[in-house]
Design a protein around this ligand. Structure first.
Ligand code: SF4
Ligand code: SF4
Length: 435
């Protein structure tokens, strides 16, 4: 039996209806000095120093870019110390004790529309850089680097597809702050000189389409259209979104800018709006706790909040005697974490708590479901076999590097083989062989 599918249960029906609790009670906020993209960094504050909301407290550095770090509360720097990050690595953190006054730093104040209209492209990019904005769809790629392109841009695509199950963060941004998304898109269209903008959403999000179209009536100086893409998975994968939203096929491993297209996640565009209009870095995100091992709850919480606190607010775990599997992000592409004692970063949108169910891999039955379901048209089962036999040439010929780690092959496999992990291991194996 071939179980080909691109349609998976999205687990959002209930989550979408739950209110978002504004959590402002975090006593300590934790800011990592390094992260997955930046392996160096330093702070510019000392213990005992008073800081305000939006104040620069440090900078992360990578080989070709840097990312300023801002405090998301007012209060006192109480420590610089090591703590485990979401990947279990010990990294340096700066810790702020919240004074619960939420006093804004003097650098955070509104720009007039005239000032915004007069910004040069270089000034626009510099503001986005100073605010430390990154791709909020999970990539964490520095937004200013994307904006720096010297290619001619025709269209800016706002990606609001959020195809991963259990995630409702972008959905909520579009529903509750449509103007932030539209204004961020509008600013980006103007600064890049694009002719038009497109907001891509799932076909089944008709309620969001209505909200966005209603909000768009206030902006008749730009050409922005809300377009529907399929409900399949992974319709939010950048190249799939572009293909379905504007009909342009862009090959893998090329920049969309080379084809006149820039793509930004809708939450990233909302953060661009806040950076340009209010000189405000990203302070908060929508975050969900979901799964069968916890009371499901939605939050609006400060970057730097310990997720453990949100679990407590939600009432802790259900059936604590049953072991839990914790996943940060979505169930398809998210990463497992061994502890909830981890910190919300700018790309945190969800923690899923599953009651652990033992399952055992069975031998492959050669059904080809993984092959037929793969969105990049590679052959997961053959790749797994090539990896097992250490066949470097075979792995290259099978183009494992095209794998976007979407998780679909593991999901469809009737033998419950964790194919996606084999894809990751294969890519790692090729890297180790210098390929
Ligand atoms: S994880 Fe990789 S191999 Fe598996 S379906 Fe997705 S893209 Fe294809
Ligand atoms: S790995 Fe799984 S999905 Fe792929 S052919 Fe074998 S049994 Fe089918």
């Amino acid at each position: 039996m071939i179980m080909k599918t691109r349609f998976i249960p999205d687990g959002k029906d209930v989550l979408k209806t739950l209110p978002f609790y504004h959590h402002q009670d975090a006593k300590y906020l934790y800011y990592p000095i390094t992260n997955a993209r930046c392996n160096e960094g330093e702070t510019c504050v000392v213990d005992g120093q008073y800081v305000k909301v939006g104040e620069l407290i440090g900078t992360r550095r990578a080989s070709f870019f840097e990312q300023p770090i801002h405090s998301t509360v007012s209060g006192k720097i109480i420590a610089h110390e090591k703590k485990h990050n979401e990947f279990g690595q010990l990294v340096n953190y700066v810790i702020v004790q919240n004074d619960f006054k939420y006093e804004m730093h003097e650098s955070v104040y509104e720009r007039s529309d005239e000032e915004i209209a007069a910004l040069t492209r270089e000034e626009f990019v510099e503001i986005v850089k100073e605010m430390g904005l990154v791709g909020l769809g999970g990539s964490a790629f520095p937004t200013y680097v994307k904006l720096q392109t010297d290619k001619k841009i025709d269209v800016v695509v706002a990606n609001g597809v959020e195809c991963e199950p259990h995630l409702v963060s972008d959905y909520e941004v579009m529903k509750s702050q449509p103007d932030w998304v539209i204004q961020g898109l509008r600013y980006t269209i103007k600064t890049t000189g694009a002719k038009r903008g497109v907001i891509a959403i799932k076909k089944k999000y008709q309620e969001v389409k209505e909200i966005l179209n209603e909000a768009l009536k206030a902006y008749d100086d730009v050409d922005i259209e809300v377009v529907e893409v399929g409900n399949h998975y992974p319709s939010g994968w950048e190249l799939d979104t572009v293909k379905n939203a504007i009909g342009k096929e862009i090959p893998q491993f090329t920049l969309t800018a080379n084809y006149g297209v820039l793509v930004f996640n809708v939450s990233t565009l909302a953060s661009i709006f806040n950076a340009i209009k209010f000189r405000r870095p990203l302070l908060e995100r929508y975050f969900s706790l979901s799964g069968d091992g916890i009371n499901n709850m939605n939050f609006r919480a400060r970057i730097g909040t310990n997720i453990k606190e949100l679990v407590e607010v939600a009432g802790g775990y259900i059936d604590p005697e049953i072991p839990k599997v914790l996943v940060l992000g979505g169930p398809m592409m998210g990463s497992n974490t061994i502890s909830d004692d981890v910190v919300m970063t700018s790309t945190s949108t969800s923690m899923i708590v599953f009651n652990d169910q033992e399952y055992f891999e069975e031998p492959c039955i050669h059904c080809a479901a993984c092959v037929y379901s793969c969105p990049v048209k590679i052959q997961p089962v053959q790749i797994m076999n090539a990896l097992k036999s250490g066949d470097v040439d075979g792995l290259e010929m099978l183009e494992v590097n095209k794998c976007i780690e979407c998780g679909l092959c593991s999901y469809v496999c009737p033998s419950k083989i964790h194919l996606t992990q084999h894809m990751r291991d294969s890519k790692q194996f090729l890297r180790e062989q210098g390929n």
